[in-house]
Ligand binder design. Structure first.
Ligand code: 13P
Length: 248
C-alpha cells in the first residue's frame, strides 16, 4: 500500500516576521487537505511564532547540532528546537553538506540526537551533476544513506529526502525514469539497513518541484512526498503542490 504523502516546505534563509502570514495561509490550505501531511521549515527565528500561531500545523527546523548543549557558538540543539516549537528537522541538506562540511557521520549523529529529543527527522541525500554524469548517482546516494542512517531508524520519526544537487533551485528536474530508479534504489537500501518496517519510511523528492511538475513526480513509485524550496514560500505556489499530493 502506498504511503501517505508528506509535503514539506524548506524556506532556507528566507522569511521575516512579515512572512508569518504566508505560513498561516499555507496552514489553512493544509487543513483543507486532510489526506496529506504538510509542514513548513522556516528559519529558526520564526519557529516559535509560527508554531504558536498555527498549533495544528507541523513547523520544523532546518538543522541542529548533535550535542545537547555546550561550547558550540551559533548552534542550537534538538531540545532547543523542540522547546521553540519545532516537531521535526531537516538534516544533511546538500547546502549544509557543501557550505558547512557536514559528513555522513555528522548527519547520523544529528539524527540520533534528534530522535533522543523526541523530534522527527528528514535526512537529505543526493548526487552532484558530475557524479550523475559519471554514472555514480545510485552508488553515491545509497552510500550517503548508509553512512547517515541512524541505528534507531523507524518510520514513525524518520523520512528520507532525495534531492539531486543539480536540480535544487535550477528549474531542472531528473527524467521521471531516473527518479523511479533512484527512489527504488533508496527503498531497497532501506530494506537492507532496517529490514522490517522499511516500506513505511517515506521518501520525498526534492529539487525544483512546483505546481506544474508535482503531480507527475508524486505519481512515481516510491515517491512519498516532496521537499520543496522556492515553490513553498507562499500559498499561491505551494497550494497546488499540496493539492497534487492529495490527488495522487
Ligand atoms: P527548490 O525547490 O528551490 O529547488 O529547493 C529544493 C530544496 O533544496 C528543498 O530542500
Amino acid at each position: 500500500m502506498a504511503n501517505r504523502k508528506y509535503i514539506v516546505g524548506n524556506w532556507k534563509m528566507n522569511g521575516m516576521q512579515a512572512q508569518l502570514s504566508d505560513i498561516a495561509h499555507i496552514a489553512a490550505i493544509a487543513a483543507k487537505h486532510g489526506g496529506v501531511d504538510v509542514g513548513i521549515c522556516p528559519p529558526i527565528t520564526l519557529i516559535t511564532a509560527a508554531a504558536n500561531a498555527n498549533p495544528d500545523f507541523a513547523i520544523g527546523a532546518q538543522d541542529c547540532h548533535f550535542n545537547e548543549k555546550g561550547a558550540h557558538t551559533g548552534n542550537v540543539s534538538a531540545a532547543m528546537l523542540k522547546e521553540a516549537g519545532a516537531t521535526y528537522t531537516i538534516l544533511g541538506h546538500s547546502e549544509r553538506r557543501a557550505d558547512h562540511g557536514e559528513s555522513d557521520a555528522d548527519v547520523k549523529a544529528k539524527a540520533e540526537a534528534v530522535h533522543a529529543a523526541g523530534l522527527g527527522a528528514i535526512i537529505c541525500v543526493g548526487e552532484t551533476e558530475e557524479e550523475r554524469d559519471a554514472g555514480q548517482a545510485v552508488a553515491v546516494v545509497t552510500g550517503q544513506l548508509a553512512g547517515s542512517f541512524p541505528d534507531s531508524a523507524n518510520a514513525d520519526w524518520l523520512t528520507i529526502a532525495y534531492e539531486p544537487v543539480w536540480a535544487i533551485g535550477t528549474g531542472r528536474v531528473p527524467e521521471i525514469s531516473d527518479v523511479e530508479e533512484m527512489h527504488g534504489a533508496i527503498r531497497a537500501k532501506l530494506g537492507e539497513l532496517m529490514g522490517e518496517g522499511s516500506d513505511a519510511v517515506r521518501i520525498q523528492y526534492g529539487g525544483s518541484m512546483n505546481g506544474g511538475n508535482a503531480a507527475e513526480l508524486l505519481a512515481v513509485p516510491n515517491v512519498d512526498g516532496g521537499l520543496v524550496g522556492g515553490a513553498s514560500l507562499n500559498a499561491e505556489k505551494f497550494g497546488p503542490i499540496i493539492e497534487a499530493a492529495e490527488a495522487t
